[in-house]
Write a protein that binds this ligand. Structure first.
Ligand code: ADP
Length: 213
């Protein structure tokens, strides 16, 4: 069973998914995180994906579906919070064939806020935890170091690449929402330009309405 979590770059999908994972035992699967792990491990898939990701382009369909299948098989007994997939109409069609999609949490922000947030975003290479540059503390650096990682900026979090990713988002990912609605999947639209707790409260309220929590 799958809950899709979607929205533009830096809309806070990962943050909300982590909250739900912790509180309700769902499994958060981020295709972006999986791809970054493959790049880090310098696997064949990782090397291929890296050239696309660096430019802000989508990695090829087949490569992504292989990665998705591996992850879904591994956690087939859990409710999965799927983040980063589907991003295109062929991906959403594929997903509907192989899994039961229960609903979509759609966190929306403007492009302006997306660019500003992504430029300010840093990530721990060991845990994939997201940090905000202005709010980083010496303790955060220490925690990340202890986990065996470093706090870095993603190679695709620069203004030029973010704009390319947003363009793809509007042209290819947004139409997935209409597709899902047409197929009677509930899409919960949530304003992402608010504090984390307010967003989380709305997400939970929607999930309660359809008895997923
Ligand atoms: P964001 O949503 O902030 O752009 P992600 O971490 O979800 O970042 O994804 C980073 C990159 O990984 C994307 O720009 C793309 O290159 C690749 N990627 C992730 N998921 C997919 C997917 N479903 N299909 C194709 N490429 C993907």
């Amino acid at each position: 069973m799958i809950i899709v979590i979607t929205g533009p770059q830096s809309s806070g999908k990962g943050t909300q998914a982590e909250i739900l994972q912790k509180e309700y035992g769902f499994k958060h699967i981020s295709t972006g995180d999986i791809l970054r792990e493959e790049v880090k491990a310098d696997t064949l898939e990782g090397r291929e994906a890296d050239s696309y990701m660096k430019k802000g382009l989508l990695v090829p369909y087949d490569l992504n579906n292989t990665i998705l299948k591996k992850a879904l098989d591994k956690y087939k007994d859990k409710t999965i919070l799927l983040d980063g997939y589907p991003r295109t109409l062929p991906q959403v069609e594929h997903l509907m064939k192989i899994a039961e999609v229960k609903c979509v949490i759609y966190i929306n922000i403007s492009d302006e806020v997306a660019v500003q947030r992504a430029c300010n975003r840093r990530i721990c290479t060991a845990t994939n935890k997201i940090y905000i540059l202005d709010k980083l503390t010496p303790q955060d650096y220490e925690t990340c170091k202890l986990a065996g990682g470093e706090i870095v900026q993603r190679t695709d979090d620069n203004p030029k690449t973010i704009k390319a990713r947003l363009k793809i988002y509007h042209e290819q990912t947004s139409p997935c929402l209409s597709y899902l609605e047409k197929h009677k999947i509930p899409v919960f639209k949530i304003n992402g330009e608010r504090p984390i707790d307010a967003i989380s409260a709305d997400v939970k309220q929607e999930l309660k309405k359809i008895k997923l929590i």
